[in-house]
Design a protein around this ligand. Sequence first.
Ligand code: ADP
Length: 536
Amino acid sequence: MRVLLVEDNDDDALLIREALSETTIEIERAERLSTALEKLAEGELDAVLLDLSLPDSHGLDTIGRLRSATAVPPIVVLTGLNDEEAAVKAVERGAQDYLIKGQADGHLLVRSLRYAIQRQRAEETLKARNRELLVLRKISEAILGSLDLKLVLEQILRQAMSSGSFDLGNIRLLDSSGDTLEMAVVKGYRDPQNVLSHRSISRTMGAAQSSRFRDLLFKQPCMEEHVQACKGLRTMKKEGVESLVQVPVRAGGEVLGIIQLASRTPRKFRHEEVNLLETIGNQMGVSIQKAQLYEQTRDQAVELKKANKGKDEFLSVMSHELRTPLNVITGYAEMVRRGMFGEINPEQDMALGKLMGCSKDLLGMISRILQATSIEAEAIGLEKNEVALRCLLDDLKSVCIVPLDKDLNLHWDYPCEFPFMKTDGEKLKHILQNLINNAIKFTDKGRVTVSARHLPGVKRMEFRVADSGIGISQEMLPVIFEKFRQVDSSDTRAYGGVGLGLFIVKKFTEMLGGELSVSSELGKGSTFTVTLPIEV
Ligand code: ADP
């Protein structure tokens, strides 16, 4: 152990030398603070034994002035002043210990110096760990804060450079061929011409060597502490680089690129420093994968949107084309049935009736597909008018008929007086008609109740269609409003339909500024509730 004894008093210095003569401690002496600072600059000292009254410095300030030098070893104060308060202050100013002359024998001095060295080392390690953690935290924040890969890489490079006070750096990523390193971000270069945007590994190395080089390059960190003296590294030399470290960027065992950090002054790379850079390389790998995944998902979403649009267009064109011949079929059937082409017998009349019924169903289905695709394409607008609710409900009442084969009671419950609603009457009618049709369709016996009431407090109207039919299971409730979704999607479906009715109902309700909800119990029935603002 080499100790610098800063002591102007020859007798005291002699005493200390004697006290330490039996130990392995080597003593270097300085009589003034200025000499002590010069000796410290030369380095290679493990600790300082400091007297506080020197010819060129006096008192506790001496500690601060000594510590202002770079790379100060631990300081143990050895003074004649037996003052508890001064001892505490000395430690606060950075001394490791405070000993009183005459009370400290050789044994105590050695122990204090040893402890001081160890404590300072531990403190430095702790500080270094804290710095590393801070760097890693900042990098994590950068990764979490953005999906823009270039921006994240720039922030990572900045943090990596400041972690070891590097002058310049770059991050290169392998392209999809795995052979070319593309420059992703650079920082600190003096001449942009020294930034090589691509580097083909096999072309620069020769195919045979390149795989070995790649292994070498990517498996472990590489360091060069004398760049100017080594072969190659042309651009780094031109940039005035003296020391260079390179670590791989990895994710899940796969190498994605490299990060290079360089310094224009000669320096050594500590093991912990390189470890930190490796961790940064791994973090970067994760962020690159995350960004790539995001880009992939975004591209897929665009593709899906395109495919969806194509499907909607197809449905729309097909429905249009189907509607025209279907109208001709029903038109001619109607004319035949009316006897415009001659007398028909009762069997022919019944057959034509069925043909017309089925054509009407088909036409309804096609219209719904057209409507749904128009909604998707946002091609349906609102037509706001003053709606007399009472008339609207009376109209509905007159057209909603329960099929004769059902033991069903259709009950209407609404007051005689309603406020005027300013909304799209046709859409409102469509909503209610669809809900009532469904209620009748899915209820074989019992009751279907259609009710309407004014909610003056919230300036809304509430419409309810409740049935005592088959009901819907809880897990199916959320999906019945989706396009082409039906609870029973088996080949042997008991009820017809294409699964568009509720989709249109929901979209129309939203267009009218309202809400649609459903409550249902399997086997007991369902209640659909629509609330709409009086004025949309
Ligand atoms: P569809 O035209 O096939 O009836 P909808 O969109 O109108 O399509 O309804 C979707 C599905 O929701 C139906 O297939 C049915 O399974 C269920 N559903 C709708 N209304 C009721 C109801 N009142 N009672 C029971 N199930 C219903």
